[in-house]
Design a protein around this ligand. Structure first.
Ligand code: RIB
Length: 313
């Protein structure tokens, strides 16, 4: 497998509102949509649409209509779902409000995503065949650590530390098992336990082989073995930011797999910068469309955006 994603899959229930309500406030929505989501599943879809030849998703759903529909959706994208288990808990649900400016507020009811802290033997075998393993923190940390332990010696582990919280005990041990940490500014500060961005970057970059910090409209920062590179973002009018970070991670993983680079290779800054350039273009397209998985662009759409931005230079 080029890319194996171990993580969450959710039924997203999305209300479109003029603005995100303040605590205690009620607002009226202009519409409601039920779509495919969950950070892990969104990342798997992004990797598949980016053209990774083989993508597998390892996770859990309930024995319910949402679980069946979400599994079918992943299969339609060509994703191997042999590692998607059916458990007794209900399929995960995310209650999402999306405002007119594209910002969102999300409450996740983990359900089946929280049911497992270990991989089954067949799931371990799937992870063992990964060239790039992608994880997030919407499933229990022990499950993420089990996935990291099951990967092959020369496989990448890309952790998107979302949703974040200050890492303690298990979480701190997890960082030692990561090759590339992808975070936004908020997650960066949380994970580093530092209020100031520069300080947080220095502290995490010293503990990891590679760090990628997504900065929204300001692009992203890559730090590899102390060397830094910034990649600019594509201008976009935000329609819905839900899942844009997931699109970035999935496309980044697919590009990393395509590069053929291995952990410990030289010249990795260039490899990461190219992967981030493609991932940023894909994320910009995703921000301009509604939904999470619905908004993930194809490789052809991303190539067109990159070509247009190169022409206009
Ligand atoms: O990152 C976006 C995702 O977060 C949504 O699809 C939702 O399911 C939550 O997991």
């Amino acid at each position: 497998m080029n890319v194996v994603v171990v993580g969450s899959v959710n039924r997203d229930v999305v209300a479109r509102v003029a603005r995100i309500p303040a605590p205690g406030e009620t607002v009226l929505a202009s519409g409601l949509a039920r779509t495919g989501g969950g950070k892990g599943a969104n990342q798997a879809v992004a990797a598949a649409r980016a053209g990774a030849a083989e993508v597998a998703f390892v996770g859990a759903v309930g024995d319910d209509p949402d679980g069946t529909a979400l599994r079918d959706g992943l299969s339609t994208d060509g994703i191997d779902v042999a590692g998607l288990e059916v458990v007794a808990d209900a399929t995960g649900t995310a209650l999402i409000s999306v405002a007119d400016d594209g910002e969102n507020a999300i409450v996740v009811v983990a359900g089946a995503n929280a049911a497992r802290t270990r991989l089954s033997e067949s799931q371990r075998a799937i992870v063992g065949g990964a060239q790039v393993l992608v994880t997030q923190l919407e499933v229990p940390v022990p499950l993420v650590r089990a996935a990291a332990a099951a990967r092959g010696d020369r496989a990448w582990h890309v952790l998107n530390a979302a949703p974040s919280s200050p890492l303690v005990a298990d979480g701190n041990a997890l960082l030692a098992e990561v090759d590339v940490l992808v975070v936004n500014e908020h997650e960066l500060r949380d994970i580093a336990g530092a209020a100031e961005v520069d300080h947080a970057v220095d502290s995490l970059a010293a503990r990891l082989p590679a760090l990628v910090v997504t900065l929204g409209s300001r692009g992203c920062l890559i730090v590899v073995s102390g060397a830094r590179r910034t990649v600019s973002a594509h201008p976009v009018t935000a329609v819905d930011t839900t899942g844009a970070g997931d699109t970035f991670c999935g496309v980044f993983a697919a590009s990393l797999a395509r590069s053929g680079a291995l952990p410990g290779d030289g010249a990795l800054l260039e490899v990461f910068a190219e992967a981030a350039r493609v991932a940023s273009a894909a994320a910009a397209l995703a921000v301009g469309r509604p939904g999470a998985q619905d908004a993930v662009p194809t490789a052809a759409e991303v190539a067109e955006v990159i070509a247009r931005s190169e022409e206009s230079r």
